[in-house]
Design a protein around this ligand. Sequence first.
Ligand code: AMP
Length: 419
Amino acid sequence: MQIIRGFRDILPENIGLWQRVEKEAEKLFEKFGFQEIRLPILEKTEVFARSIGEATDIVEKEMYTFPDRKGAKLTLRPEATASMVRAYVQHKMYATDPIRKFYTIGPMFRRERPQKGRYRQFYQIDAEIFGVSSAYVDADLIFLLNELFKQLGLTGLKAHINSLGCPACRPGFQKALLDLLESKKEELCHDCIRRKETNPMRTLDCKVHGCRKALKDAPTSLDYLCKECRDHFNTVKRVLKEQDVEYTEDKTLVRGLDYYTRTAFEIQTSSLGAQSAVAGGGRYDLLVKEMGGPDIPAIGFAIGFDRLVQVMENLEKTIGTTRLDLFIIALGDEAMERGHLWSTRLNLKGIRTEMDFRGKSLKSLMKRADKLGADHVLIAGKKEIKENSLILRNMNTREQISIGSDDLVADIIKLLKKE
Ligand code: AMP
């Protein structure tokens, strides 16, 4: 028997990074006053259809929906925000204090075409803030994401931000976009012709070459922001700068869900090929009301847990395959003691050095040097130490020279840097 296509087992040998991410995320969320909430995986279909939008790819094509035995339409959750809002409204959480911060971690389901970085069951780390309309919390959430990635040792990630406007300014933008789409309709792909009717904004992030070309100078929401939205967006950018969060203003970032207003953002990486978004989110000031609650603003993000782990694995592989300049084979206590000092100093000077402390034989340590891909091996046995004449072997040419131990660190730097 085989697992369902697009689903994955996460095996014990791969669980380490998942646990590490979970711990770091939970620690950071607690520091910033988020509370954990656990939500069901199955909801009534309308919870998602109404919030995410009937005309989105997720609702139109990707949801796992089925009738239960009595005929009610149920859906495996494709994302967490809709359920969060459902719970916030259902339990009238706003009644005691509308300002609430939640996080949740768990599986989501979308019937997309599986490929690397895209699965039919995948995991998200999700955080939402209810009850604050201030741009400061938009910046806070992006800062939090940035901080989490920093703490996990990730580099090369970039925040892309955009503002999608509000009901006051979006109609102007949508009209201008529709006019353009109408005039370019011969050049658009099949999907975009359909999007023109159902969800025009999504044409802006179509990847088809013809559409990209036709819509190169398309109007964007940023061109049409009302004063309030513009001030809001400027504050987000100013606060991000103050907090040293690097970002790119990205006019084409529209996101795949209908409920967003004002700030939308994504954290992107270049290390995952086509699936470049590691996290995404935005403000959804109208959704609580649309789902039957009072008029309460909110904002949130979801991290693609699978992709985050993949970026980390790639990074570890790169680190793992870093060329090793020198492997020190130290035989006996004195050699071990001195070898250890040399290796620390050489690493500090930029000569990647490793040694082994298990007291293994020369033969097995030579094998280890090979396995690590060391360019050079320094052999310090009892005899070599006594005679002050160590052996430096070039593993590629197999040439060996003898080298004294008095100025060993400086001599090795000279020798290895020259090659
Ligand atoms: P979204 O809910 O579409 O905004 O997605 C938020 C994040 O979840 C994305 O940035 C991805 O990292 C991740 N994600 C979305 N769909 C998938 C999928 N099918 N497989 C793996 N990760 C996904």
